[in-house]
Design a protein around this ligand. Structure first.
Ligand code: PMT
Length: 422
């Protein structure tokens, strides 16, 4: 089955005996990666309790059109805007009639009317109600307006009769919903991205850091999300908003970044290490502000853990793309890092005076990258970081596919050679 990673499904449940199946449907949709919010009609609440659906979806259930609390938060317009797709399952004959008329006298019909996304209904009713000309005319009207009708199945019904009108089975509904979405190159994958600088504290008022703004890493997180991946972003201190649908964890120091990456990488398929991690930290952190009593001050520094190297060593089956920020001999240094860290790909950029962009790479909205893997290399010329990130993700997805096929996803063709440890 295709994946529904990052997709937002608004599930409408109406008054039908089949309403109990909506619980299993929520679980299936979430298993496929979707986020689900539920709207219950009044008559649905006679068959099932909002509390059950709240527990299953992980969100409060919406039921009333004129509810001061929800209208201020997730009211009908916000719900319609939030969703990538509205699915009504089960859809009773009465609901279909009201939808066909374009009514907006309860929350579910109002959300359907206010939508700008696909609407699918899965009818569930007695076979004679299904066959009735009024129901069929309502369905024709809805089809004409682009509403998708999933099912129904035919067979034994709750009322004891046999015929068409049973709600489609849950796996078939989930499959039909997933087919509404185009598949991205990283659909169903989990990508962990590190971004920004780290700060290494010297005393209560000072720290060691670098000029990384996080823009490159955040753009990559956004591009991976657009490509269908679930994205976890571990970021050092930056001043950027979190990209939509990306899970963000903020850290300060290299050691914190390592701990967060180690904890979360177990669920990841791919690691993109775009962070500019401080290579050293002070041996001792002064508890009081260091006074300027001498002309010279010596700080003793100790090497920080190499996050990328340690994580790759512990998880050889993880596909890793590292970065190399170099002032000279871009390709040679980058290739040495590729081999030394035992990773699959590296994105090299010139920094400092050698940078192609007059502004430099750090903090700038543009960059240029050389992507290296094995003996191969592709140049991504100077462009906005958002565009570059999409190109990088497209190339990474291809390499990841090849690598998965070659290694059967086991990453067991990886050989770590001794090399330059800079
Ligand atoms: O954030 P911006 O302002 O947009 O700038 C983008 C950038 C220049 C920071 C980015 O494009 C970049 O090059 N990031 C990596 C910078 C860097 O630290 O390169 P490095 O050559 O020192 O490190 C090599 C690789 O090892 C990197 O993937 C780095 O994340 C990783 N590393 C380094 C040291 C360390 N202790 N742990 C690591 O994981």
């Amino acid at each position: 089955m295709r994946q529904l990673t990052n997709k937002r499904i608004l599930l409408g449940v109406t008054g039908s005996v089949a309403a109990y199946k909506a619980g299993e449907l929520i679980r299936e949709l979430r298993r496929a990666g979707a986020e689900v919010r539920v709207v219950l009609t009044r008559s649905a609440a006679e068959f099932v309790t909002p509390l059950t659906f709240q527990a299953l979806s992980g969100h409060p259930v919406n039921a009333e059109l004129l509810d001061a609390e929800t209208e201020a938060g997730m009211g009908h317009i916000e719900l319609a805007r939030w969703a990538d797709c509205i699915l009504v399952a089960p859809a009773s004959a009465d609901f279909l009639a009201r939808l066909a008329q374009g009514r907006a006298d309860d929350l579910l019909t109002a959300v359907c009317l206010a939508r700008g996304v696909p609407l699918a209904v899965t009818p569930a009713m007695n076979q004679k109600m299904w066959a009735n000309a009024a129901t069929q005319a309502n369905l024709d009207a809805m089809r004409g307006r682009g509403v998708l009708i999933f099912g129904p199945d035919s067979g034994e019904q709750a009322c004891g009769e046999t015929g068409p009108g049973r709600m489609l089975e849950v796996p078939a509904i989930t499959e039909a919903v997933s087919e509404l979405f185009t598949t991205g190159s990283l659909q169903g994958r989990t990508v962990l991205v590190t971004a920004g600088p780290t700060r290494e504290v010297i005393d209560p008022v000072r720290f060691l850091a670098n000029h990384s703004s996080g823009k490159m890493g955040f753009s990559i997180a956004e591009a991976a999300q657009e490509a269908g991946a679930r994205v976890i972003l571990v970021s050092g201190p930056v001043n950027l908003p979190t990209p939509d649908r990306v899970e963000r964890i903020d850290v300060i120091s290299a050691e914190q970044m390592l701990a967060e990456v180690q904890e979360r990488v177990v669920s990841a398929d791919i690691l993109v290490a775009a962070a500019a991690v401080a290579d050293y930290r002070p041996v001792q952190v002064a508890t009081e502000k260091i006074r300027k009593t001498h002309d010279r001050l010596q700080l003793e520094l100790v090497r920080n853990p190499d996050i990328l190297r340690e994580v790759k060593r512990a998880h050889p089956r993880l596909f890793c793309l590292g970065f190399a920020a170099e002032t000279e001999d871009l390709h040679a240094h980058a290739r040495a890092k590729l081999i030394d860290k035992g990773i699959e790909m590296i994105a090299a950029n010139r920094v400092g005076a050698a940078a192609e962009d007059a502004e430099g790479v750090f903090g700038s909205d543009t960059n240029a990258l050389s992507l290296l893997w094995g003996e191969d290399c592709v140049e991504l010329p100077l462009a906005p970081k958002a565009k570059l990130a999409r190109q990088l993700i497209a190339s990474l997805a291809q390499r990841f596919d090849d690598w998965s096929k070659r290694t059967n996803g086991r990453g067991d063709n990886i050989v770590t050679l001794p090399g330059n440890r800079n």
